[in-house]
Ligand binder design. Structure first.
Ligand code: GDP
Ligand code: IMO
Ligand code: MG
Length: 429
């Protein structure tokens, strides 16, 4: 199996960036295929921290990195992220970073609408990253998007602007907001086109060629299965499919290219933004997990909500996304707890559930059924081999595997690249 698709199996921030960076040493190409700069992927290499939101994490190693057609791209953010990483010494050029010509753009009015809606929603808000992701995907499906390739045809933009402005001006008027300044948008697009266009490529051509040559492709998912527009905790989700299958449609390769599906799973659970979270701990234990795990959002700086490991949710994620094996991350954060709890089912109105019921109000009311395990007092931080793990930590990992019905391929024990235990190489599977 030549390719690996990395996806988050919870509500995002599972440690995808670290694992993609680690695997990138074995890959020829790294591809982002959905989401946008709502993602925040952190890599720590020899003490230096890199935070990527839109660029594939492989770029830090200089691996050929591709932004697929399935993402939504804010061109100004793209420029700034390239500049920020270049400032950290990362070598980025149109030779090692390719952007799909067909990717839809996130424009300033998408950001406006995201913020206006969130502000108007009060307690019912989704808690989005306010980066315009949802509105940009709506325009893609509504066939109104301005895409990367349009930047080479700005003199022909009027009909598209008519469509997209008619839609947005009506929505803006509903919020008491002025219409879009079309001339300003065109001028801004003209100014950014020069920077972006050299990166624009028919990426499907290069990726298909790479496949024919037997090159190893590593797909980097963003967000997590529980934020998937179909399978997540709707409506408290993101606006794309985050499951592994999207790697195919979001990059221009057939479904057989997906390969080994590596689900990234945090050893406990976190969520940022609103929405149901059955095992959430709003007590000292939750606080302790947050402090030990430094659980603050990479993109928005918001405090992440924390709770016990929810095996029901991860088993569901593994099933709907066809996860082949998992990378269990942040095991070290659980060091020193006397007792650990794992959610194995839910109770709701006298009934037992082994999956999360679909309705948001039921999801908010389910009561977790826990089993308890003794913790371990030894440190697992920085462990690089199975033999370095305390017996009780191994028991925890084995119990997680059993409950989610999926084997562990990797274990991560610190933010650092090399603090990783390889159990089963996804590229060799
Ligand atoms: P992503 O969005 O899935 O890439 O995850 P984020 O980067 O948003 O959040 C994961 C955080 O945990 C980052 O700060 C990582 O540096 C850190 N991290 C990743 N793996 C580990 C680990 O095994 N142990 C600890 N303590 N931190 C980790
Ligand atoms: P990575 O790739 C965690 C959440 C937001 C909000 C919901 C919708 O770093 O794991 P959006 O801006 O996408 O419309 O927001 O999704 N969200 C994430 N949460 N990690 C992410 O990405 C996320 N990207 C979006 O907090 O609840
Ligand atoms: Mg993140």
């Amino acid at each position: 199996m030549a390719n690996v698709t990395v996806i988050g199996a919870q509500w995002g921030d599972e440690g995808k960036g670290k694992i993609v960076d680690w695997l990138a040493s074995r890959a020829d190409v790294v591809v982002r295929f959905q989401g946008g700069h709502n993602a925040g992927h952190t890599l720590v290499v020899d003490g230096t921290t890199y935070k990527l939101s839109l660029l594939p994490s492989g770029i830090v190693r200089g691996t050929l990195s591709v932004i697929g057609n399935g993402i939504v791209l804010d061109p100004w953010h793209f420029r700034d992220e390239v500049a920020k990483l270049a400032g950290q010494g990362v070598n980025i050029s149109p030779d090692n970073l390719h952007v799909a010509e067909t990717a839809p753009l996130i424009l300033p009015f998408h950001r406006d609408l995201d913020g206006l809606r969130e502000d108007a929603s009060g307690a019912g808000k989704i808690g989005t990253t306010r980066r315009g992701i949802g509105p940009a995907y709506e325009d893609k499906v509504g066939r109104r998007s301005i895409r990367v390739c349009d930047l080479a045809h700005l003199d022909d933009l009027e009909p598209q602007l008519d469509r997209i402005c008619a839609h947005h001006d009506a929505l803006r008027a509903g919020f008491g907001h002025p219409p879009i300044d079309r001339a300003a948008i065109v001028a801004e697009l003209r100014a950014i086109a020069e920077f972006l266009l050299p990166y624009a490529k028919p990426v499907w051509v290069g990726l298909n060629e790479a496949r024919k040559q037997g090159k190893r492709i590593l797909f980097e998912g963003a967000q997590g299965v529980l934020l998937d527009i179909d399978h997540g905790t709707y409506p408290f989700v993101t606006s794309s499919n985050t499951i592994a299958g999207t790697a195919s449609g979001g990059s221009g390769l057939g479904p057989s290219a997906v390969g080994f599906v590596l689900g990234i799973v945090k050893a406990y659970t976190t969520r940022v933004g609103s929405g149901p979270f059955p095992t959430e701990l709003e007590d000292e234990t939750g606080q302790r997990l947050g402090e030990r795990g430094h659980e603050f959002g990479t993109v928005t700086g918001r405090k992440r909500r924390c709770g016990w490991f929810d095996a029901v949710l991860v088993r569901q994620s593994a099933a709907v996304s066809g996860i082949t094996g998992i990378a269990l991350t942040k095991l070290d954060v659980l060091d020193g707890f006397d007792t650990l709890k794992i959610c194995t089912g839910y109770k709701l109105d006298g009934k037992i559930y082994d999956y999360l019921p679909p309705h948001a109000s039921d999801q908010a009311r389910v009561e977790p059924i826990y089993e308890e395990m003794p913790g371990w007092s030894e440190s697992t931080a920085g462990a690089r081999s199975w033999a370095d793990l305390p017996a009780q930590a191994i028991k925890y990992i084995r119990r997680v595997e059993e409950l989610i019905q999926c084997p562990v391929a990797l274990v991560s024990t610190s933010p650092e690249r090399e603090d990783t235990i390889l159990v089963r190489d996804p590229f060799e599977d």
